[in-house]
Design a protein around this ligand. Sequence first.
Ligand SMILES: [Zn+2]
Ligand SMILES: [Zn+2]
Length: 327
Amino acid sequence: MWGVVIHQARLPVVGHCVLGLISVAISKILLYYKFTPIADPTAVMLWQRALCESLGLTGRILISKHGINGTVGGDIAACKRYARVTKEYPGFKGMEFKWSEGGADDFPRLSVKVRDEIVAFGAADELEVDAHGVVGGGVHLKPEEVNKLVEERGDDVVFFDGRNAMEAEIGRFRGAIVPDVTTTHDFIQEIESGKYDDLKDKPVITYCTGGIRCEILSALMKNRGFNEIYQIDGGIVRYGEKYGNKGLWEGSLYVFDRRMHMEFGTDAKELGHCIHCGTPSNKFEHCGNEDCRELRLMCPDCYDNPETRYCGDPECLNIIHANLHAE
Ligand SMILES: [Zn+2]
Ligand SMILES: [Zn+2]
């Protein structure tokens, strides 16, 4: 789908003529990452910031000594130029850009920063990256290779969700293990907890939205004695594009933009349920208590009703009730 922004300006009446001027600008979002050694992250940050500013792009770019992770939006011609120029940096050669609907309006501003990590696992010193990417990660599987491995090894194969547990509430691979993590930072403690030690000699396929989180998670798991680790090239996005709802993926994909979720076709299963009434729902909504704002699955009826627009915590219910009756 194309995000279309129409700028319309009508020129003043000149004599008896009305001149109309219409120009159509098409906007897009680019998503990309690359693990590659960056000797001088600050220099790359300053270059990327100047490049985005000159092209009128907004969004968020993180740069570390291990690579780059970015999402930028803007005019399609500017996005194309951005991708072309960025790939001229030797380390970013061959970087894949995913194109998505949207534009500069989806981001309030431009943020280009140097961080210890491009994904916050709390493993900056453990992660090792060379010119080929993450060192010691899992075996990359294409979507059809995922299915082949499951055909060959059957129930021995374990899917291991590399996202936050909340994301898996509305969609996951069939039979997947969903670790108890609220943020990516929790993964190390989780895989060191002993809970998953029975997986150490099993084929384990890690997966996440677009593949970036599993690049790191796979390496961390291998370092901790998980011997047969795989990761899905391009993540759920690429698998879903290939198999829709006819493969091993079930439900909706949580996405980090205003849509909140997306499906691979209209025949997706609804795995999630409204926390209040149990109706199937794949939409996360914020708690109505402004000090809480926790995201929970709610059906449209319960969300539209001010009495049930809360996260389930009785404390929040008290607060929204008090506010309702104060009005
Ligand atoms: Zn409901
Ligand atoms: Zn709440």
